[in-house]
Design a protein around this ligand. Structure first.
Ligand code: PAF
Length: 280
């Protein structure tokens, strides 16, 4: 496994692979890798070669967010990648990615103005821009994203379709701790007491999912039940509990087609997300 930090090195390696007729799978990450990321690398193993990028992208953090404190551990990340058959890690600096002057952005209007886009206004512009750049650098045949970031996944699929990017985007299932908490690099911010309190997210997700699976079609009833569950936990503060159309990301009142039910909840200072999708 190679670790490189420049665009030129990635291009040279991928060019050599493509000359040999290899397919390339790509997993973009911000590092501090856990089993959720590992499951994406395993899925990418269906390609001949696997590239992982590790880059804490400053452009997707708002001014009061956790860019400086976002956890980083390249030695650990390299070990995880090695264990999961990764061939190349791209670990650029912000200067390598953005240089001194940077003027171009990928912005996606309505899809980014719901759910996390409301409380994190610059977030998806930063995500789309960096992912577009990474796709142009790595030129993968397939790219793999977790369904935990469901809105991100929907937006990236749309970007690839709208802008005719020549690759396929795959969504992979949420990976959970044994007690239900969705795996996230941000779980490391939680104190032991907060870690227990954080279970309220998966509890409310499982409750909502069960209601829908049993036939409830009224979004208000599902949202109210999930909200009530979260409000039982004193350390939890709701950012949103919403049901949106899987394609348009706009709120719905009745479940008719595919629906994404997504929540964002602060546990202390840590903002966590979780969701379930029903594809009908
Ligand atoms: O999901 C993430 O870790 C990031 O948003 C991504 C896709 C790597 C872009 O920085």
């Amino acid at each position: 496994m190679k670790i490189v930090s420049t665009v030129e090195e990635v291009r040279a390696q991928v060019k050599a692979w493509k000359k040999e007729g290899c397919t390339v799978g790509f997993v973009p990450t911000m590092g501090y890798l856990h089993e959720g990321h590992a499951s994406l690398m395993d899925a990418a193993g269906e390609n001949d070669k696997v590239v992982v990028s590790i880059f804490v992208n400053p452009m997707q953090f708002g001014p009061n967010e956790d860019l400086a404190s976002y956890p980083r551990d390249l030695d650990h990340d390299a070990k995880v990648c090695e264990e999961h058959g990764v061939d190349l890690i791209f670990h650029p600096t912000p200067e390598e990615m953005y240089g001194d002057n940077f003027y171009s952005y990928v912005d996606m209007n309505t899809l980014t103005q719901e759910l996390c886009g409301l409380s994190r206004p610059v977030h998806f512009r930063g995500v789309c821009t960096v992912v577009c750049k990474l796709f142009n650098i790595v030129t993968p045949d397939n790219a793999y994203f977790g369904q935990k970031d469901a809105q991100q996944l929907a937006i990236i699929k749309r970007m690839v379709k709208d802008l005719n990017m020549p690759l396929t985007v795959h969504g992979c299932p949420i990976v959970r701790e044994a007690d239900g908490l969705a795996k996230s690099s941000r779980n490391t911010y939680l104190s032991p007491e907060e870690r227990k309190a954080a279970l309220v997210l998966s509890r409310s997700i499982f409750l909502g999912k069960e209601m829908v699976e049993k036939g409830e079609r009224d979004c208000k009833k599902v949202i109210d039940a999930m909200t009530e569950e979260i409000e039982k936990e004193p350390l939890a503060k709701i950012d949103y509990v919403k049901m949106v159309d899987l394609i348009t990301m706009q709120q719905i009142t009745t479940i008719e087609h595919g629906v994404l039910t997504a929540i964002a909840v602060y546990i202390g200072k840590t903002r966590l997300i979780d969701n379930f999708m029903i594809e009908e």
